[in-house]
Write a protein that binds this ligand. Sequence first.
Ligand SMILES: *Cc1c(COP(=O)(O)O)cnc(C)c1O
Length: 393
Amino acid sequence: MGKLDYIERWVQELKEEGVYRTLPVLEGACDAHIQLEGRDIINLSSNNYLGLANHPRLKDAAKEAIERFGVGAGSVRTIVGNNTLLEKLEDTLATFKEEEAVICFQSGLNCNIGTIQAIVNKGDLIISDALNHASIIDGVRLSKADKAVYRHNDMAHLEEILSTRRKDYQTVLIITDGVFSMDGDLAPLPDIVKLAKQYDALTYVDDAHGSGVLGRSGRGTIDHFGLHGEVDFIIGTLSKAIGVVGGYVATKNPVKEWLLHRARPLLFSTAPPPAATAATIAAVELLLETEAYTKKLWDNARHFKAGLEKLGFDIGISQTPITPVMIGSEAKTMAFSKALLEAGVFVSGIVFPTVPKETGRVRAMVSAAHSIEDLDRAIHVFSEVGKALGVIA
Ligand SMILES: *Cc1c(COP(=O)(O)O)cnc(C)c1O
């Protein structure tokens, strides 16, 4: 009996439950196509919405930054990890987002776990959507505030919590994703902002899947709804549509000053590498110059969705390029995903516990980098596999 036998048992349980998995290993860049086990595969599974992760202009910016700044930041930002690149990135992002100030973190997850606990305290209340991202849930857990959860996008439930509990707290913070990643639906932000005003609450929108996707040139869900200046904390990631890695809060100056003193990922974890920061600046500058990338993303998404709908697939309630294709049971979903891969298309299966039982789906992520030929090929493969597995007639 070894000391770690209990962990081996846990792994064994995963295998018995049929949820054990191994990781796909890419042999090159994450792009419209990926190289897997020596094969060329159409990639419909990344969050690289705009195809920037392997973009020449971003790669050049990263190489230049390495020559001038080296490969590591060397310290947390509050000691000597800060540099002109990070300062420029924050200014460029504030211009892009049309908000007063931006403060960057090493990732979107870091941003949530660092920001939420820093902006509320004991005696405050956080009200969170039931389907919020795991990093929000972790951020909320780390906070000393009381917590309440409202049913997904249910404004009557949110109002019920506000009307019964508002009076007992100093600050109340409503937290929601801007775009929900499993179904691709949007939070009803105009209603949330209205309720927040009515009940004197603050609003916190994690727009990880909205930034780079919705609004003018990807300015995000707040821009899409015309709510500039109305949301107190706007979280974005630099790891998805922006194509690199990092997270940020777009907010007001005093919040930025406070987070520089109290957000633990900024105090206790090293600043991002200069190459990543420089590549991110290049990405945001590109979006400030042209809407071509977001336009192509939406054109591709519409083309792909229309193709699947015509074949009779149920593609859910998505309002964004996220395209869930509903399959049903866990086993059938995994078989569907496996058959797609065998036919040269990578689309990951998503099953319980990530989504409720019997609502298994494969989630297709279209990007601006796909050609119409890529998408038509993928639609053809969906048609063949769908018929073979009895998902469509
Ligand atoms: C992906 C995601 C994150 C995490 O962002 P990273 O930059 O990958 O750490 C946070 N919040 C939401 C809503 C996300 O979808």
